[in-house]
Design a protein around this ligand. Structure first.
Ligand code: MTE
Length: 326
């Protein structure tokens, strides 16, 4: 996305400032072992992640029925890849950092306040969100604006269930999602890479589309912290940055919200950000993508599909110039 400061550069605190000393020392011993060639191959990943996962709250099993009508037939990405190659700038700008750092996120108790143009404003905790509607499993493709993609079996229900529950006023035209921005739990929030908190938004008809998923889990379990625990949205026909993680506030608005990436680089990241192979990013083509875990670096990239292959959403944009509304 942007050209960012190095993880341990001037903008981000050192691991020793944010990690308990024993964990930090254990990590240094591990790095020393790696440098000495004592550990190799997949053992590396497993050791690093065993440590990080061990610090985070254990994942809970979630029962959810597969919704075949909304599931891609693509082969799901390995759990290991989906949980170790992440964008979650609140935990660092390198793809490997969220898996290592996000154990400091405390996901319970957690509440989401729903406000703005609603007749029934409310604050819901995670248990209420888990019970609000039957949980479904949906295998979605997620295409990042940077040119890579994954296929993930998410667990959740259509965001329209939330809209029904809070009853909108006639003025609601947009929805805004705000992620947690707590420097004490999120080391990246000290950096100037984005204006915190991370904010994303949708037009109301996009939010009401059944594909827009209020997401509480993946791979049959609650969300790992690095994937946006305990609650996020997934909007599969848009670039991944529209799918905000670790949401604490949902606001229904009359006006289009100002979103974090659009504020940071308006000519690069539009409000709509629909996956569109015909509209290039100013610095790279969006015509192809690399599927994480499947397409190696020497493998020919695969073609990116319009709306990431979710053609059902096309009527939402009838008559709009998608080069202008990128
Ligand atoms: N949400 C927050 N709060 N912070 C972020 O940095 N990154 C976005 C999106 N949601 C991001 C976020 C980007 S760029 C992508 S591609 C997806 O999360 C990645 O989701 P994943 O790590 O679960 O694959």
């Amino acid at each position: 996305m942007l050209i960012k400061p190095k993880p341990n550069g001037i903008d981000l605190p050192y691991p020793s400032e944010i990690t308990p000393q024993h964990v930090y020392e254990q990590r240094r011993r591990f790095i020393a072992q790696v440098a000495a060639g004592a550990v190799a191959g997949t053992a590396l990943w497993e050791m690093a992640n065993r440590e990080a996962f061990a610090q985070a709250a254990p994942l809970q099993k979630l029962s959810a029925k597969l919704n075949p009508a909304y599931s891609a037939l693509d082969k799901p990405t390995a759990f290991k890849d989906a949980t170790s190659y992440n964008n979650f700038y609140e935990f660092g700008t390198d793809k490997s950092e969220p898996a290592v750092n996000a154990h400091t996120l405390k996901t319970r108790p957690w509440t989401v306040s729903i406000e703005g143009e609603v007749k029934k404003p409310m604050t819901l905790d995670i248990d209420s969100l888990l019970k609000l509607a039957p949980l479904e499993e949906r295998v979605y493709r997620l295409r990042c604006v940077e040119g890579w993609s994954m296929v993930i079996p998410w667990v959740g229900y259509s965001f329209s269930e939330i809209i029904k529950k809070v009853e909108l006023t006639g003025n609601a035209k947009y929805v805004e999602f705000t992620s947690l921005a707590d420097r004490a739990q999120m080391p990246g929030v000290g950096s100037r890479v984005l204006n915190w908190p991370y904010v994303e938004g949708l037009r109301l008809d996009e939010a009401n589309h059944p594909l827009t998923l209020l997401t509480l889990g993946m791979y049959g379990q609650t969300l790992p912290n690095q994937n946006g625990a305990p609650v996020r949205v997934i909007v599969p026909w848009k670039y991944g940055f529209k799918s905000a993680k670790s949401i604490v506030k949902i606001r229904f608005l009359k006006e289009q919200p100002r979103t974090a990436w659009n504020l940071a680089a308006p000519s690069e990241y539009g409000f709509y950000s629909n996956v569109n192979p015909q509209v290039d990013h100013p610095r790279w083509s969006q015509a192809t993508e690399r599927r994480i875990g499947e397409d190696g670096f020497f493998h020919k990239k695969r073609a990116t599909l319009m709306f990431n292959g979710y053609a059902d959403v096309a009527p939402l944009y009838a008559g709009m110039d998608l080069k202008k509304f990128y």
